[in-house]
Design a protein. Structure first.
Length: 411
């Protein structure tokens, strides 16, 4: 009999969500065949079967968040009996569980009337605090965190456990019927928030709500880069994109400016040595940010090759968690959509992100003559705890210089 585990898809992965099973109990399974879809804090991915046989049982239901290496199901011979899994957890408040235990009531037979509970995974808490809270049946939404950004620590949970529970008397009041309010909208569709969109939504909310973000923009003349790219692509089977040049220019600037590679980790400012550039890739239902490592040391051609391969993997859904890790700065190019300006959201824990808009024909005076130039806007969002306006401007100014003098990008 073969156990199906929650895989550890990356060095820093501690838990994962079982999004859905791709096989039903009794279905034949081949080794290395996708058997389920899981979600990490970065991406969603298909997990392969560790062996061949038949799917005997599903120990963990879809939607559950479990630690890595947790047994999710079993594969074996047809007719073989799988071990019984743990009884499914009942959604109940800690006080309900306490009363049920005292009165010897099976909560599995009770129909709940509440709106559901918030799990530990949805609360800012350390893994140890979440585990202790679960053991002591403490609702983390009622615990005040003393850690960084209000994170709940084990000490907070222990302190809450030591406090006597004070039950408020419940006064039943007759229900007053509210007048019906007509809704003039018709629901066209409704679907569960899951997969890549759920991961992106959670990470964007955390970034926007936890980081004091400031946005700053600067115009850049793209004329020479557009001409240079056209010339360098002559006779090439695989064309280098504008984005490839921007990645290289950004990497050079990031390497030259240590404050851009600095991030907040706990109570420390940590500066990383590498210019690892993440670039946003839009896919159906979400967004990935694959990373090109040490991009300042790579040729534009090699950056183009890696970017193309990573973007293709993202769109096919075969990208791996490690492909999206280790970034020190991110760019988001919206030029192909003719976007005039936008406020990109920082890809935590990085301290900044550079957005690039579409180009626009403008009239400019050059050597006393009115000429047409193609301009874009560099839109940077940055963490004001790490850098100030001058630091942000220095990065954009250097990227601007490189874009407007593209030969320097190749040197």
């Amino acid at each position: 009999m073969i156990e199906i585990f929650m895989p550890k898809a990356g060095m820093d992965m501690t838990e994962g969500t079982l999004i859905r099973w791709l096989k039903e109990v009794g279905d034949p399974v081949e080794k290395d065949e996708p058997v389920m879809e899981i979600e990490t804090d970065k991406i969603t991915m298909e997990a392969e079967a560790p062996g061949s046989g038949f799917l005997l049982s599903k120990v963990v239901e879809e939607g559950a968040v479990v630690p890595v290496l947790t047994v999710l199901g079993y594969i074996g011979e047809k007719g073989e009996k799988a071990p019984e899994g743990k009884k499914a957890e009942v959604l109940a408040t800690p006080y309900a569980k306490k009363i049920a235990a005292e009165q010897k009531i099976d909560l599995a037979e009770v129909k709940g009337g509440g709106d559901g509970i918030i799990r530990a995974a949805d609360v800012l808490a350390t893994p140890l605090a979440a585990r202790v809270a679960e053991e002591k049946q403490i609702d983390l939404t009622e615990v005040t965190g003393s850690g960084y950004n209000g994170k709940i620590t084990m000490e907070d949970v222990e302190r809450c456990a030591a406090e006597p529970y004070k039950a408020e008397p419940c006064k039943a009041e007759p229900c007053k019927a509210e007048p019906a309010v007509k809704d003039y909208r018709t629901v066209e569709s409704r679907q569960q928030l899951k997969g890549v969109r759920k991961v992106v939504g959670r990470r964007m909310f955390e970034s926007y709500s936890q980081v004091p973000t400031v946005m700053q923009s600067m115009k850049v003349d793209m004329t020479e880069l557009i001409r240079f790219r056209k010339k360098i692509n002559e006779g090439r089977e695989t064309r280098i994109s504008i984005n490839d040049f921007i990645i290289k220019a950004t990497a050079i600037a990031v390497k030259e400016l240590p404050h851009v590679r600095t991030m907040i980790e706990g109570d420390e400012l940590v500066t990383y040595a590498e210019a690892n550039i993440g670039f946003a890739v839009a896919v159906d239902g979400g967004l990935f940010v694959p990373v090109i490592r040490n991009a300042d040391l790579l040729s534009v051609g090699e950056i183009s090759r890696q970017a193309r391969k990573l973007a293709e993997s993202a769109r096919k859904g075969t990208i791996q968690p490690d492909d999206c890790k280790g970034g020190t700065f991110t760019i988001s190019n919206m030029g192909m959509y003719d976007v005039f300006t936008f406020n990109p959201i920082i890809n935590q824990p990085e301290s900044g992100i550079l957005g690039i808009t579409g180009t626009e024909d403008v009239l400019r005076m050059v050597d006393g003559k009115v000429v047409v130039r193609q301009e874009a806007v560099l839109c940077m969002s940055y963490d004001h705890r790490v850098m100030d306006g001058v630091g942000s401007a220095r990065l954009k100014k250097r990227v601007k210089e490189l874009i407007e003098h593209p030969m320097e990008i190749l040197i």
